[in-house]
Design a protein around this ligand. Sequence first.
Ligand code: CTP
Ligand code: MG
Length: 234
Amino acid sequence: MIWAVVPAAGSGRRFGGPIPKQYAQIGQQPLLHWTLSALAELGELAGLLVVIARDDPWWPGWGEIAGKPVLTAIGGAERCDSVMAGLKALPDSVGDQDFVLVHDAARPCVRANDIQRLIEQAALTDGGLLAAPVRDTLKRAGVDRAQPRIAGTQDRVGLWRAFTPQMFRRGPLLAALQASRARGEQPTDESAAIEASGLSPLLVEGAEDNLKVTTEYDLAIARLLLTARAPRAA
Ligand code: CTP
Ligand code: MG
């Protein structure tokens, strides 16, 4: 059995608007409920630890979803601070060497079968993450940001886009994040901190529709995907 830590304490600056994006309505439910339901579908899931902002007025107070317990913790200034708060707040039944899934609240379209493969494959190693190979041709821009011109073409062979969930052992992940923070870094995913601690996380290829809702456009795509999959909840 495995716990999920879901950072949901961001303010969604790039998204804008009066309501944080994790509470944007998709069909009958806030976006965050779709994310938690996708995780709760997993048979192996023991529970959900949702990290919310201090004084979050939108948190509906869910105590369980699909029969899985939902606990909360209060997040911090950066995503990595929120993840650390979540890792610390997990129940004592989660050991230091137990694997934990960390999944962005803002990724409601993740597929249960991809998470299943991540759990099976990454558990045989030090951990890993869902990701997809880069498919576009990549251009590097020159120094002029106002009128960007191409300074070169970047070889995309071997480049991947990192998604979540990311699965690592509770104790080593917390230690790696704390070490990154102590160096003044703000790792944008768990893997970056684990990499800095000397390990090589496993890349598990997942569906590319596991998008992170960052802008209104992403929300429109997420609505289309989720309502097509679950027409009744729409
Ligand atoms: N997050 C968090 N605590 C923070 C910052 C982010 O828990 N201090 C969460 C967000 O709620 C989101 C996930 O981390 O589910 C990924 O972050 P991102 O997509 O960057 O969300 P925001 O930080 O809210 O958006 P923005 O960067 O545009 O402000
Ligand atoms: Mg952010």
